[in-house]
Design a binder for this molecule. Structure first.
Ligand code: PCA
Length: 200
């Protein structure tokens, strides 16, 4: 059976939980449209996240990779179109705050996702779930792992479906912080199963 590496992140900043961590643990070992899901959780550290992700890529040699992250404040499921070669963020879980750093010294400015992002958004909407393509993954860890992942495959002249999907906060986070729009975590999970189901 084909293998899908699905990653989430540990909690970060002042968010007590990260819904992507829960969802990845729930989906690990399940089969979605012919893909067996290998679920792993990544640290939120500029010096480690990409290395840990690429370690899983080498270990499992997946046929597709979907990385998930929390975009607290967004109110839709947002597959990312592009990752840029910049680390510039707020504090990571190790206390590091990079300013205007390149992720890969001699790397290109950006990479496009190789996931079927338009099909994913259409399928989600057809199922009554708010979704749109995002044109920026930011400059924090989510962008960092997406860029590093796509750079890895580019360097090896290999193309597999690979990219990143941001999800809104879950209800638990909305309760912690009243200004955050939230979704039930079960609905975020169902949305991701639908989106992943669009990968050939
Ligand atoms: N979201 C952050 C990093 C970890 C996560 O879940 C981001 O959007 O960069």
């Amino acid at each position: 059976m084909k293998k899908l590496l699905l990653t989430g992140f540990e909690p970060f900043l002042d968010h007590g939980i990260n819904p992507t961590e829960l969802i990845v643990k729930n989906l690990a070992g399940k089969t979605i449209r012919g893909y067996e899901v290998v679920g792993r959780v990544l640290p939120v550290e500029f010096d480690r996240s990409a290395e840990v992700l690429l370690g899983y890529v080498r270990e499992h040699e997946p046929d597709a990779v979907v990385c998930l992250g929390l975009a607290a404040g967004r109110d839709k499921i947002t597959p990312e179109r592009v990752a840029i070669n910049i680390n510039d963020g707020v504090r990571d879980n190790n206390g590091r705050i990079p300013v205007d750093e390149l992720i890969v010294e001699d790397g290109p400015a950006a990479y496009f996702s190789t996931l079927p992002i338009r099909k994913m958004v259409n399928a989600l909407r057809e199922n009554g779930l708010p979704a749109e393509i995002s044109n920026t993954a930011g400059t924090y860890l989510c962008n960092n792992v997406m860029y590093s992942l796509l750079h890895h495959y580019e360097k090896r002249s290999e193309t597999i479906p690979a990219g990143f999907i941001h999800v809104p906060a879950s209800f638990e986070l909305s309760v912690e912080n009243g200004r955050l729009p939230g979704w039930p975590v079960e609905t975020i999970q169902r949305a991701l199963e639908i989106a992943i189901g669009e990968i050939e």
